[in-house]
Design a protein around this ligand. Structure first.
Ligand code: F6P
Length: 320
């Protein structure tokens, strides 16, 4: 293998740049050339790509987002779109692919592999941490720390005014951010899409808290479980609490990556290059019990990792 292609696709996540840097530098170290593809699979279709060198990844290790930009390409989902992409892959002499992204991104590359035999390795990058085959995805730790920081700040004002706050966090299909940040930030209730909730119980808990002298309460809601605004309205309607709502939104996707995410990104990016050089394909690199591993994409795609129920129960016990 002489030349590899590199792209980021799907929702961005902090640490993607650290991973881009690792892939490029590791590949160059081994004498490979790297073509960077811009805006995910759209860049393939539009031939928006070019060579990367040691300098193109200078000074990005601590920057959020992705210098390659990202997109969710509808055109790539069609046979005609993929044929165009493949033409450009051949035109640029790309012999293997590293795709940094989530489930949808791996699906795209895997179909391309099935149709045209181009080797590919996936690197899990998403703030949701919901990908099978890895204990952590790049960007999750940074997003959780951002949410915990927000909880700390909101708690200050919540205590001063003796208020209840609802904080809505990201996670359309996954409660991992809410769960981890809720446990770390001591939220009174954590609402996630994987586990049904009962608004009466939440309100009873709020009332019990006030009775025993609590000065504030924080309800953390993953966007896939409910809308924060709805929960705030329902609490107000049921028990009359002056409930404020904060939606953290896309600020959870940006910011400088934590050391954990940078180290993870470096290790996974480097491993992806090693696998391509060893002739592997259709695999995703991941971290399991501290070790870097590779998992076949058939065990990853369409099989989101379940939430940690023990952690959920613990968060409940500790916020009694
Ligand atoms: O998959 C990552 C994620 O950030 C989800 O948590 C969130 O629901 C979704 O992306 C938002 O996507 P978009 O930026 O396209 O609105």
């Amino acid at each position: 293998m002489q030349r590899i292609g590199l792209l980021t696709s799907g929702g961005d996540a902090s640490g993607m740049n650290s991973s881009i840097r690792a892939v490029v530098r590791k590949a160059i170290y081994h004498g490979l050339e790297v073509i960077g593809i811009r805006r995910g699979y759209s860049g393939f279709i539009e031939a928006d790509m070019g060579p990367m060198n040691l300098g193109s990844v200078a000074d990005i290790i601590g920057r959020g987002g992705t210098i390659l930009h990202t997109a969710r390409s509808e055109r790539f989902k069609t046979k005609e779109g993929r044929a165009l992409a493949m033409e450009n892959i051949q035109r640029f002499g790309i012999q293997g692919l590293v795709v940094i992204g989530g489930d949808g991104s791996f699906t795209g590359a895997s179909i391309l592999h099935q149709e045209y035999g181009i080797p590919m390795i996936g690197v899990p990058g998403t703030i949701d941490n919901d990908i099978a085959g890895t204990d952590y995805t790049i960007g999750f730790d940074t997003a959780v720390n951002t949410v915990v920081d927000a909880i700390n700040k909101i708690r200050d004002t919540a205590t001063s005014h003796e208020r209840t706050f609802v904080i809505e966090v990201m996670g359309r299909n996954s409660g991992n951010i809410a769960l981890a940040a809720g446990l770390a930030g001591g939220a009174e209730s954590i609402l996630i899409p994987e586990i049904p909730f009962n608004i009466e119980e939440i309100c009873q808990k709020l009332l019990r808290g006030i009775k025993r002298g609590k000065l504030h309460s924080i309800i953390l809601v993953a966007e896939g479980a409910a809308s924060g605004i709805d929960i705030g309205r329902q609490v107000k309607e049921q028990i009359g609490f002056d409930t404020k709502v904060t939606i953290l939104g896309h600020l959870q996707r940006g910011g400088t990556p934590t050391a954990f995410d940078r180290i993870l990104a470096a290790r996974l990016g480097a491993k992806a290059v090693e696998l391509l050089m060893a002739g592997e394909t259709n695999k995703m690199v991941g971290i399991k019990a501290g070790e870097i591993v590779a998992t076949d994409l058939t065990e990853v795609i369409g099989k989101p990792s379940p939430i940690n129920k023990n952690m959920y129960e613990l968060a409940k016990i500790l916020s009694i």
